[in-house]
Ligand binder design. Structure first.
Ligand SMILES: [Zn+2]
Ligand SMILES: [Zn+2]
Length: 333
């Protein structure tokens, strides 16, 4: 199963739910999930009286995430289900631009303090836009009550790639549900590009993902040491203008025509939207260029690309970052 980055949204209020129980349950969850697949990463979203907070990136360092939660637990108040979920989805969209082949999971822990859901249409609209992405939604409702929002929540789960709506009335039940969530990875139900090279994205979703990808930057001044990272030649073996373009994230230079044959293998279901072979950033080439050059291949290509291990790259980046910083997000609504 692919690596699964999990964002836990604590839609709870410390005046309502025992935060020590939540902390304990989270510790068990992170520990178990991370031991079962060390390539899974984590993040947290919760509300304080200042607004929703989260860490700027997913992290492997769940112990630090837990320490953060322990530090902030008594400040956790006034959750909003729609705002928190909206934030979780926009955060995942940003991360999706940076990493390839991941599954994303949102796990919401919801208590009886959460106000009734009224803006579900805003969340539904966003879930529908990201539908070709592997995003799963699980919701665990805590406490002895019949949540009037169950139908709306189930609807959100149905338009995502899947997940479960569960209700826990005891701490033991809650722990069991979390243990099962940690042990079970979810499977995608509608087509995505994952392990399906012939996948073509549904036209209704195409424009959104085209917009999400960044265009390559033109290289105006070519210095003698600047070479195409695919073919290492001054002239592209595939032909074309020999113009160099640069990844906007890692600044690696390529012939645009050399990149087309890479786009052919690594696109996300739209021929000209694909990932940088060096840093996995979501990039795009002009559609006409891809159509013109399509079919051209460069044989040195595949062996070179297999050398880059995304998991190792992410671990190195995460280790370099040091302490985790909480970010306060301006409420969108
Ligand atoms: Zn080249
Ligand atoms: Zn790059």
């Amino acid at each position: 199963m692919p690596s699964e980055d999990t964002l836990v949204f604590l839609a709870v209020d410390s005046n309502f739910t025992s935060m020590d129980a939540i902390v304990k349950a989270m510790e068990d969850f992170f520990k178990l999930k991370s031991s079962l697949d060390p390539s899974d990463r984590f993040n947290l979203v919760f509300f304080t009286d200042k607004g929703p907070m989260y860490v700027e990136d997913f992290t492997f360092k769940w112990e630090q995430l837990l320490a953060l939660l322990k530090r902030e637990k008594e400040q956790i108040v006034n959750p909003s289900f729609e705002s928190g979920l909206f934030l979780a989805l926009t955060f995942i969209l940003d991360i999706y631009k940076l990493v390839s082949g991941k599954y994303f999971r949102i796990l919401v822990i919801k208590d009886g303090s959460v106000p009734e859901i009224t803006k579900d249409f805003l969340v539904n609209d966003l879930i529908d836009k990201v539908r070709p992405m592997p995003v799963f939604l699980d919701v665990i409702v805590l406490g002895y009550y019949d949540d009037p929002d169950n139908v709306l929540i189930q609807n959100m789960i149905n338009i995502s790639q899947g997940g479960k709506l569960l209700s826990a009335t005891t701490f033991e039940e809650f722990q069991t549900m979390l243990r099962e969530a940690a042990e079970t990875k979810l499977e995608i139900k509608v087509g995505t590009w994952d392990k399906k090279p012939d996948y073509k994205m549904d036209p209704e979703h195409k424009a959104f993902f085209e917009q999400l990808a960044a265009p390559l930057e033109p290289v105006d001044v070519i210095t003698p040491d600047m070479k195409c990272t695919v073919c290492f030649k001054p002239t592209s073996p595939i032909g074309g203008t020999d113009a160099l373009v640069r990844c906007p994230a890692c600044k690696t230079a390529f012939h645009d025509t050399c990149l087309v044959s890479w786009a052919d293998q690594s696109n996300i279901g739209i021929d000209h939207v694909f990932r940088c072979p060096i840093c996995f950033y979501l990039i795009t080439l002009p559609e006409f260029l891809v159509q013109e050059v399509s079919g051209g291949t460069y044989e040195g290509f595949e062996s070179f690309l297999q050398e880059i291990d995304q998991d190792e790259m992410l671990k190195a980046q995460d280790a370099e970052k040091g302490e985790l910083n909480l970010i306060l997000k301006e409420l969108e609504f």
